[in-house]
Design a protein around this ligand. Sequence first.
Ligand SMILES: C[S@@+](CC[C@H](N)C(=O)[O-])C[C@H]1O[C@@H](n2cnc3c(N)ncnc32)[C@H](O)[C@@H]1O
Length: 316
Amino acid sequence: MALHEVKRDSAETQSSTDMPERQPAAVEDHRAVSIDEARELDAGARHYRAYVGSAKAYDVTAASQFALMVTLGLREDHTLLDIGCGSLCGGRLFIPYLRTGNYYGLEPESWLIDDAVSFELGEELIRLKRPSFRHTADFSLTGFGVAFDFMLAQSVLTHTSQSQLDRCLSEARLALKPEGLFAASFFSNGRDVYDGSDWIYPAFAPYSVRFVVEKGRQHGLAAYPLIWKNGYEHYWVVFAHNEQTERFSWLANICGEQRMLRVLELSKDLNDTRRKYLKIKHELKKARQELATLRGDERNRSPERASERQSDDDAG
Ligand SMILES: C[S@@+](CC[C@H](N)C(=O)[O-])C[C@H]1O[C@@H](n2cnc3c(N)ncnc32)[C@H](O)[C@@H]1O
């Protein structure tokens, strides 16, 4: 038995019966091909790099999710649950970064982790960092018996049915620490909301930002849409416990919608200020003209006093 299998819970390897059947994995086996050859495979092909998305973008997909989580505050002593961790695309950066025992991965396809350990991480690192894995498709995030500081679902909720999304969010609420954050990528085509009952892959299940924010609210989670690229034109949403919205107001500052509103507010302020400035400039000009007229009148009437006033003006 491979060392990294020790911490897996074998009782969790079957899917829950109340979840939709997952589509069978691609049949043709490319597990033995090289990384260079894998770059030519389609997303979803049976190679650890291609199965989880674009094999060409495997490096940058890892980097962008790692950078996002660190930006959100992930530090080495935090616990992280990587939902649908696949072949540890992000895991191969998170596992060395986090302290021993702090990385948790949920992934139905155990072969992906086997190949990631063989070709990316090595048994030595696994021995040192002791990540935990569960192989289940039922989104039982509470199954590790751990309260998480952070959770991540990169390119996972982009393929789920609504009932899977509901299940994931309701479990996230239970497994996330009160001050924890859950970052998930979503796909939107600006029109549709996926209403199929199955996980679809490699096709995307579209969900609008409004729909996702409302889903979060239904599960007691505040949702902050972010501008953050992951190479797949997905958008990201960060969920936090509703009761913690004060603490996470800084998230709203980097949230796209809020930023757009702020830009609109600022341009409105700018236009108002410009209008005020033009009005004041016009009034000032009028006032100067009136003053000049008044002075002219007065000088005509009393030349001595006018010359006194002229020397006052020069001094002032
Ligand atoms: C597009 S891949 C993304 C993998 C990984 N997050 C990454 O960034 O490379 C989607 C992953 O979700 C996994 N998956 C499929 N059904 C799942 C379920 N019900 N629960 C958790 N993960 C699931 C797939 O096996 C696959 O590894």
